[in-house]
Design a protein around this ligand. Sequence first.
Ligand SMILES: Nc1ncnc2c1ncn2[C@@H]1O[C@H](COP(=O)(O)OP(=O)(O)OP(=O)(O)O)[C@@H](O)[C@H]1O
Ligand SMILES: [Mg+2]
Length: 467
Amino acid sequence: MPSEKPSILIIEDEAKLRHLIELQLTDEGFQVHSAGDAETGLKFLQKQPVDLVVTDFKLPGMSGLDFLHAAKRIDAHLPIIVMTAYGTVESAVDAMKAGASDYVLKPFSLAELVIVIRKELATRELREENRSLREALGRRYEYKSIVANSEKMQTVLALVERVAPTNATVLLGGESGVGKDLIARAIHEHSHRASGPFVKINSTAIPENLLESELFGYEKGAFSGAVSMKPGKFELADKGTLFLDEIGDIPPAIQVKLLRVLQEREFERLGGTKTLKVDVRLIAATNRDLRAALEEGSFREDLYYRLNVVAIDIPPLRDHKEDIPALANFFLEKFVRDSGKSIRSITPQALKLLMDFHWPGNVRELENIIQRGVALSAGGALDVADIHLDGAARRSSPPGDGAPGAAHHVLPEGMTLEQWEDETIREALRRANGNKSQAARALGLSRNALRYRLSRMGVADPPETDS
Ligand SMILES: Nc1ncnc2c1ncn2[C@@H]1O[C@H](COP(=O)(O)OP(=O)(O)OP(=O)(O)O)[C@@H](O)[C@H]1O
Ligand SMILES: [Mg+2]
């Protein structure tokens, strides 16, 4: 935080609540201004810029939504937090779409509001510092064992660099296989806890009845079978980092206990009475949309805000395809080193195949495919024939996505019709072992039509295998 007090404008028509928020925020060291309706709030903003706005969504006169639009015209980067009532989730969604940074559902506790405000201010500060730092130095972030040339991945690394030295809890989001484990380790390794332990626990891999004792440990005799004391992961991670993987699947009873450790940094072992204090930095990861879990009520809101101090979202591979060539070569080198083979490169055609794929399994899937290619290849370069994309098996919607979207019935997410068609042709060719007549028959195409499509796809005429 800058030494100057951050300024906050509160817009709330209910005088009592407005006053309460004013008091609390002043207490927290903010410079507070307030308005009873959106028009007054806007007039204020036009005269005097602030660092953040907290506004009610249901206001007399100008609506919260209109206010959002108008305020964004004054300052497009102004963080705005919207207060909205329970049961009006749509309005929260509308607010987020209109550019609100975050929302709190009424009734909320003032402590919760403060957490959200601090998070927004920190994020804004990080973003601005990053931008100016990178602009000043023309700097690129380079991490050993992380390929990140794209703008999107550079942004991720910039965030890693900024949060690593702090003790802030980090929430890593992103689909399966995007590199959450990798980034969690990078944060640990670039922190001053690097010489301390990095302990990981995956809540889905452990049965619910064991999860609690895994996290917090147990005393001798805590339950039948507890023949000696066992420390939990929190203790093991003391002076280091604890990585809670798949946080979205933690059962409610354990969520309560986690909340306490996060708030007070203390806990007891199962069956124990002694309170233990630990110095642990927490990194949590999820491949689910925790917001949805919040709305469903399967994930505690207070825990969410505690975890989500700094959020780092790692993009799916299909959104930073420009990293594919470097990633593919990075994995090629790695697996060739282990294999003793002398594969030196990936042919342009094979690379095109990789570029065109939609990668539902993200970087992990790319890694597996290169590994398989290296194992099977006999030549000096990985070619189209060595790349076995998991076409058919992958053609369902991504896991966890049960939303009835019209597109899902027709095409897998992230795939265009053209990519789908290309994949089908490649699959047919593979099944026919490269025999084009046979593949053409399977596809109901003439041999010439297939040849034409292959040339359009940039697949070179493979050696003729037709007899
Ligand atoms: N940018 C990258 N550069 C190099 N390797 C990467 C990159 N991203 C991911 N990987 C590699 O891809 C594999 C999968 O990554 P990781 O295990 O971190 O994914 P994840 O997001 O934790 O997946 P899950 O949700 O399934 O746990 C790992 O072997 C990792 O080293
Ligand atoms: Mg992982």
